[in-house]
Ligand binder design. Sequence first.
Ligand SMILES: Cc1cc2nc3c(=O)[nH]c(=O)nc-3n(C[C@H](O)[C@H](O)[C@H](O)COP(=O)(O)OP(=O)(O)OC[C@H]3O[C@@H](n4cnc5c(N)ncnc54)[C@H](O)[C@@H]3O)c2cc1C
Length: 368
Amino acid sequence: MGPGYWAWVIPLSTGNTSIGLVGHDSHIPFEVVRNLENTLAWMREHEPVLARELEGLRVLDFCCLKNYSHNVARAWSSERWALVGEAGAFVDPLYSPGSDFIAFANSFTEEMIRCDLAGGDLTQRARELSALYRSLVVNSIELYAHAAAVYGHPSALLAKVYWDNFTYWSYPCQLFMQGLYRLSGREMDAMIPIGMRYGQLSNRMQLVLAAWAELAPEPTQKGFRGMPSYPSVLIDAHLALRNRWDTKETLDAMRMRLVQAEEIFGEILLRALDAVGPDRVDALIERLGARSWDDLRIDDDRIEATGTVGLARRRALRPLARDVERSLGQPARQVDAATLGRARGPLVARGIRPHDGEEVVLDPGGPS
Ligand SMILES: Cc1cc2nc3c(=O)[nH]c(=O)nc-3n(C[C@H](O)[C@H](O)[C@H](O)COP(=O)(O)OP(=O)(O)OC[C@H]3O[C@@H](n4cnc5c(N)ncnc54)[C@H](O)[C@@H]3O)c2cc1C
């Protein structure tokens, strides 16, 4: 992995090995990898260890795809056809979401059959399911579309994995596991604003991470960072997938996680502001177009906790902020509270929702 690309090595059950290189046009123009010779030459320069391993091996097949991420306009029809798997949308291989989308598409197809057998309105159902599927695909594609610089930036990448996993387990996974795609009409409407807010926050987060990586580059380094150990909000969100909830419980749980997501968003934004340093705080805000954001959860207490260390810091930070810090490590503390407060000011000025007195508990997974 490095700026603008990552590579995979997957041993296949056939005994062959699949080697893949995923590159962003901004860093690896298509011409550079359009054939096997060019791709191997690129690997020799940028991934010499992998290139050495490949030397002397027989290449059985080579394929290069351009613009492979795409959505579908319509995947279900009242005329009894459905598009499932890679015949329809394709997202990106990084987090291997292929089977997730196959599971969604197959389950949505089952819904169409169920609706047909019950004499329901197939036109409406096809429209609803296609719209839901499209929104899941489009928000998923956004996770990768801006990530070129992040792939070469260890700190931003770590924050990305934390955020992407948290939101993935909190919304799309629960939507699937609790069967919310079975909702229709007004019932489905209750879910839509929750999904839109997750999408909005997540899409903004990808911009924050990209800006962080580009404005404050870091050398790539090898190393391993495991998942956080218990207790952690990430583990809570993951374990909660075992629960079986009715619609109300599921929507409540999604809203509860949304409050947490808003706070985690604030934590990661503060990290990005700190990482770029005092001279580029305004540049980061400008670049994000963040002055029009008015709904962030970064309260005064959190800003005041900026310079604290040790026990004072543990006391000053709320549970979620501590959780983020345990998982992502200590920020460098390059930017003082006054500068962060000034940068944050307009972002919460109009829509500020200080923490409303609610305490976000790292719970074992039930809806609050
Ligand atoms: C190296 C690699 C690793 C992956 N790892 C993961 C992972 O870890 N997790 C995950 O979720 N997803 C992963 N994926 C993605 C996953 O494999 C795909 O999402 C999934 O296989 C798509 O299933 P599909 O049935 O839609 O298409 P495919 O699996 O491509 O099946 C399509 C079939 O149709 C056949 N076919 C094509 N044209 C014709 C024709 N004209 N006539 C008859 N047959 C035809 C093909 O031969 C093929 O057998 C990975 C993909 C790759 C390449």
